[in-house]
Write a protein that binds this ligand. Structure first.
Ligand code: CP
Length: 314
């Protein structure tokens, strides 16, 4: 593993998953790997889970960690190559990332999409610059198009709770009050369409089709209720349109997941990356039910990050 930006960087996923389950069973057993190592974390956007689980993962691994909130804690960064910096920006990303690489052995970066410029977002314009200027391995803490640490934690959660060899996993779109990125569903599709013991189905209203390069031929079912039939795991998530880029095309409340929806499943476990808009995306009754794995799933963010750090630092 050179960087961790998508499923492709996981290599042989079964080996990485086994490693994650070993690390979870013995979280302090690999501290020789992190000894005298520093994890740098730069956030261009807010976070609760990614920030705290990354710090905890570094701690478990015996490494030190620092966090920089770009813009808020540091100089205002200029992103444009060749810019004449006579405006409000104070430091070029080129210099900032090269310098930060001096202060860590691995660099985690969170950089959300604009949701305005599809080409810039889907070419991962900011992350690509950071990869270019970094001299240490880079971990995506959620980029413009993907959130691989979340999907890896989702995989750990499904793997450690499944009761049978093959499972049906359904990703369902859910309503929201704002336009959200496609990173989490793209990434979930990127990972779960590759898992050979998963029957993977995506359900959403017309117009919410994800980039086919991530869905990779997964079954798309526009009838949510039909999609949920026989599901063993349900992941709910809102996203804005990829086709009509960044637009909200539907707020249909009938897509909010309720016990009536879950009654169609095979007593499915429920997962969600969080944060969740309660009683907009998913009802309290589903989120607080015994089948809800949302807290366990968030806990597994520590072990997805710790496993990736282990691979990059060992
Ligand atoms: N799921 C997730 O990435 O949470 P945060 O945005 O709080 O980090």
């Amino acid at each position: 593993m050179k960087n961790f930006l998508s499923f492709a960087d996981a290599g042989e996923y079964k080996a990485l998953l086994r490693q994650a389950l070993d690390i979870k069973a013995n979280p302090y057993g690999y501290q020789h790997v992190g000894k005298n190592k520093t994890v740098g974390l730069i956030f261009f956007n807010p976070s609760l889970r990614t920030r705290l689980s990354s710090l905890k993962a570094a701690y478990n691994l015996g490494a030190q960690a620092w966090v920089l909130n770009a813009g808020a804690d540091s100089w205002t960064l200029e992103m444009a190559d060749g810019a004449v910096m006579n405006g409000t920006t104070q430091e070029h990303i080129k210099d900032a990332i090269a310098v930060m690489s001096q202060y860590c052995d691995v660099l985690g970066v969170r950089t959300f999409p604009t949701l305005k410029d599809k080409e810039a977002d889907y070419s991962e314009e900011v992350l690509t610059k950071i990869l270019h200027y970094a001299t240490v391995p880079v971990i995506s803490l959620e980029s413009a198009t993907l959130h691989p640490l979340q999907s890896f934690a989702d995989l750990i959660t499904v793997a450690e709770t499944k009761k049978k060899e093959r499972v049906k996993v359904v990703l369902t779109w859910a309503p929201h009050v704002r336009a959200l990125p496609q990173c989490v569903p793209n990434s979930f599709a990127d990972w779960f369409s590759e898992i050979d013991w998963v029957d993977f189905v995506i359900t959403h209203p017309q117009g919410y089709e994800l980039d086919p390069k991530f869905t990779k031929g997964a079954t798309i079912e526009y009838d949510q209720r039909k999609a949920l039939e026989g599901a063993d795991y349900v992941q709910a998530k809102n996203w804005s349109s990829y086709r009509d880029y960044g637009q909200v095309l539907s707020n249909d409340p009938s897509w909010m997941l309720t016990p009536e929806h879950m009654a169609r499943t095979n007593d499915a476990k429920f997962i969600h990356c969080l944060p969740v808009r309660r009683n907009v995306e998913v009802s309290d009754a589903v989120l607080d039910s015994p089948n809800s794995l949302i807290v366990q799933e968030a806990g597994n963010r520590t072990f997805s990050m710790q496993t990736v750090l282990h691979e990059l630092l060992k």
